[in-house]
Design a protein around this ligand. Structure first.
Ligand code: DON
Length: 320
């Protein structure tokens, strides 16, 4: 049985979570629209640059929301966190033979390090590393079942059976996916990828195109704050040791070559996606998710990062 999670929620009994979210929603208004909406595919470029949503779920299963909390958006690279949990459950520590756990200091789709490091990506959150993770899940689940395994995981951990892939975005990812194709075939040439590359790519494009709201994401991330136990389904969806390690990797690698800046400003384990979403984990307390489409130059939500910085400092949940 997993170690009983230290419940740190009671030390924040004085915090009015709803008021905190409402205040952030008001204070963020002058910052909405700063940054650049991802435009590498048309479907993302049409996102409303003024949209903003925030949700906070506690490990006891209560969810607080504000702004555009119920709008589903493309989770993009946030999917890499959940796929990593699935891969660790299936493959265990052997996964690290084919992907590292060090910050890359490079952009999310960089290829240069791969040649120097024999095709083994630095970490599971850059695209190359995520492709290794997806390839691993396919090895265990079968070709078509990789995406189904992830969807089942997200539906259970968020309690929303309606979570699906936006097929239009998935098709667009494939149409503009030559960099990812290059990364995948390059790794295959080193023997780092095992499965059929087109199937791994297709699964990766589809996982990026999963649509969720901040409310769903804040619930789905709760197992990472509760040592693998999902308070929504009341089941262990991951192993306690793995969840702590996924958090460690999020802290060091969750924002690409801006991970140090995120750690400095927010002080929480977090993962961003180019759809403008970010999740952040507060162990023993809960999970907070934000969404604002315009990105900074590292591909992380501009207003989303600012909102998390405020959330962390105003409530005192900063880990340090
Ligand atoms: O692989 C890509 O290029 C995108 N579909 C997803 C990358 C992503 O979200 C990187 N994030 N900040």
């Amino acid at each position: 049985t997993p170690a009983a999670q230290t419940n740190r929620l009671s030390s924040f009994g004085h915090i009015d979570w709803q008021q905190t979210l409402d205040d952030i929603c008001t204070d963020i208004l002058p910052h909405l629209g700063k940054g650049q909406v991802a435009d590498y595919i048309p479907a993302l470029a049409s996102a409303n640059p003024k949209a903003f949503g925030i949700a906070f779920s506690t490990i006891e299963g209560t969810t607080y929301t504000a702004g555009d909390w119920n709008t589903a958006f493309s989770i993009q690279s946030i999917s890499k966190v959940f796929m990593l949990s699935v891969a660790l459950a299936e493959e265990g520590e052997k996964l690290w033979r084919r992907v590292g756990r060090e910050p890359s200091g490079s952009s999310f789709n960089s290829i240069v390090q791969l040649e120097r490091e024999h095709g083994r990506p630095r970490n599971p959150f850059i695209n190359a590393g995520a492709l290794v993770v997806t390839d691993t899940v396919i090895s265990h689940c079968g070709d078509e079942a990789g995406i189904d395994r992830l969807l089942a995981f997200l539906r259970e951990s968020s309690g929303d059976q309606a979570i699906v892939v936006d097929e239009k975005i998935a098709r667009s990812e494939a149409a503009y996916g030559d960099r990812n194709r290059a990364l995948a075939y390059f790794m295959k040439s080193f023997g780092i990828l095992r499965e059929d590359v087109p199937i791994t790519l297709e699964t990766y494009f589809r996982q990026c195109a999963i649509e969720m709201s901040v409310a769903n994401l804040s619930k789905a991330g709760l197992y990472l704050a509760a040592e693998g136990l999902c308070p929504i389904s009341n089941r262990a969806v991951a192993n306690d040791a793995h969840t702590n390690r996924v958090n460690a990797i999020m802290m060091l690698c969750g924002h690409y070559d801006r991970s140090g800046d995120f750690a400095y400003r927010v002080g929480l384990a977090g993962k961003s996606g180019v759809g403008g979403g970010i999740i952040a984990i507060i162990p023993g307390v809960g999970c907070v998710a934000v969404w604002s489409p315009p990105l900074n130059d590292a591909g992380n939500s501009y207003a989303g990062t600012l909102a998390l910085e405020w959330f962390s400092h105003r409530t005192g949940v900063n880990l340090f």
